[in-house]
Ligand binder design. Structure first.
Ligand SMILES: Nc1ncnc2c1ncn2[C@@H]1O[C@H](COP(=O)(O)OP(=O)(O)OP(=O)(O)O)[C@@H](O)[C@H]1O
Ligand SMILES: [Mg+2]
Ligand SMILES: [Zn+2]
Length: 482
């Protein structure tokens, strides 16, 4: 143990990718940079924009090495020649790394402009990497403009920033800009699996998934957390350890909660949320993760389990397959809408738990209640002598209709259909609910009768619309929908 700690190098540092091939994700950037090297068309300046720990500095260094390497392997730096080694160790005379946060004044830029005059010593290019470039003052940016536009032929600039919006447009227009993406959870899990096998750390996939979920797309954060867990727990890490660090709920509990929503199981929803809250889980993260799960569910239903857009591990994809069977895509879209509204409200709401409970209960109703459109289709199918088009749990309507030889009809607007689904009871929307007598053969259509307030409210309040029609308006059927 003590021997280990003397030689310990932090995992993010130890596993910094050395070649474009090693970089996880960011294919849109590596592809273009490789192509630029291949074709010898290297721009004067590059700008890497993206959140922390997703590869900006890493890519800047790989690119600097690749264009100054004395024996490159294709477009990749060899990593062994003196140029590569000096750049990796930060002592190359041709590559200058500047921290824009602490060197942000005009005088600092003047030093760069002075240094630009001298040709490179051993490499082909003289390269300036400026990190956190958005921290430069406006005067400093302006001092740089001319050099950036017309640098000596051997000079190249690489800028990196977490805040692209703060970089002056005049600077951006002189650069090739790349927006780096957050790294997908499943890609982080694979990287963690590789690192654990190298480090002889025992950790199952759910434990690594928990770390990746906690890192929210940042590779450095994921590696730092793994490091922290190793020093805390030793060579074997469980899902529980990782969940506790981040205040996350387990994959299984999250998926069970989603099942409860999709099956309309209100009791389980309330019980789960209560359990998570009292176990001190981070409720905002729970909200975010639910949103992500439903987003994946939409992708799964649209594109299938092999879609690269799915940000899910193999185990997660198996649950998505189960969830996809429980609910059709139009309902999933509407649940996702409810969750998106919830995300907006999370910023200012006082009780996150109550908001989550209410949203999930609403969502569970969306998942189960038959929409007016479905009831309509079912009735039309019935009239045409076709089998019911309603999902199995909503088959009460055809029964209603078959027992209803003739009488009343519920007419309503699409606005009301929405309000029923969303459990709203605004008066103006209720206005359009009416009952009319169904025409008997050869007779003039009977006059429309307004529903009483009580009847209207009952319809709007009751989750089982079909049952309402059965109970409150015996013998009625739904025939018109505007
Ligand atoms: N795309 C990636 N693929 C593999 N490892 C990565 C990637 N991005 C980051 N890492 C890991 O995280 C560490 C830090 O990455 P890097 O310094 O490139 O982040 P950065 O984007 O410059 O972040 P910051 O904005 O905080 O400077 C790397 O040493 C590496 O271990
Ligand atoms: Mg960096
Ligand atoms: Zn080299």
């Amino acid at each position: 143990m003590s021997e280990k700690s003397h030689t310990h190098i932090a995992l993010p540092l130890k596993y910094r990718p050395m070649t474009f091939e090693d970089v996880v994700g960011q294919e849109h950037v590596t592809r273009t940079l490789r192509h630029a090297i291949e074709s010898g068309r290297i721009a004067n300046a590059y700008l890497f924009v993206g959140s922390r720990g997703i590869g900006k500095t890493t890519l800047s260094r790989i690119f600097a090495k690749a264009i100054n390497c004395s024996s490159p392997k294709g477009v990749e730096p060899c990593g062994e020649c003196s140029n590569c080694c000096q750049i990796a160790e930060g002592r190359s005379l041709d590559v200058t790394e500047i921290d824009g946060a602490s060197h942000n004044k005009v005088e600092d830029i003047h030093q760069i402009i002075d240094a630009v005059q001298f040709a490179p010593t051993t490499g082909k290019y003289k390269i300036f990497i400026v990190d956190e470039v958005h921290m430069l003052t406006t005067a400093a940016f302006n001092a740089l403009l001319k050099t950036l536009e017309e640098p000596p032929p051997y000079v190249r600039f690489i800028f990196a920033t977490t805040e692209g919006d703060k970089v002056l447009p005049t600077i951006i227009s002189r650069c090739q800009r790349f927006d780096l993406r957050r790294i997908q959870t499943n890609q982080i899990v694979s990287r963690l699996e590789y690192i654990c096998s190298q480090e002889k750390i025992e950790a199952n996939r759910d434990a690594l998934l928990a770390i990746a979920r906690g890192a929210e797309g940042g590779m450095r954060d994921a590696l730092s957390s793994l490091d922290q867990l190793i020093s805390f727990k030793g060579d074997s890490i469980t899902e529980e350890d990782a969940l506790n660090v981040f205040g996350l709920v387990s994959r299984k509990s999250l998926e069970d909660l989603v099942t409860a929503v999709l099956t309309g199981d209100a009791a389980t929803i309330l019980h789960s949320v209560e359990t998570f809250d009292s176990a001190g889980k981070d409720m905002r993260r729970l909200a975010g993760e639910l949103m992500r799960h439903f987003r994946n569910l939409i992708v799964y239903q649209a594109l299938g389990g092999n879609a690269t857009e799915l940000e899910a591990t193999k185990d997660q994809i198996e649950s998505l397959a189960q969830h996809a069977k429980l609910c059709d895509s139009s309902r999933i879209f509407r649940i996702a809408d409810l969750l998106a509204d919830m995300e907006d409200k999370l910023r200012y709401v006082l009780s996150v738990r109550t908001l989550i409970e209410m949203t999930l209960l609403k969502a569970s109703r969306v998942a189960k209640v038959a929409t007016i459109e479905e009831v309509m289709r079912a009735v039309q199918a019935l009239r045409a002598g076709l089998p019911s088009t309603l999902p199995p749990q909503q088959t009460s309507v055809p029964v209603v209709a078959s027992n209803a030889p003739q009488t009343k009809t519920v007419v309503e607007s699409s606005k009301v259909s929405q309000s029923i689904d969303e459990d709203e009871t605004e008066d103006d929307e209720e206005e359009s609910l009416q009952v009319i007598e169904e025409p008997k053969k050869e007779e003039a259509p009977p006059p429309r009768r307004e529903l009483s307030t009580e009847e209207r409210r009952a319809i709007l309040d009751d989750p089982k619309l079909n049952d309402v029609i059965l109970k409150k308006l015996p013998g009625s059927t739904v025939v018109d929908f505007r």
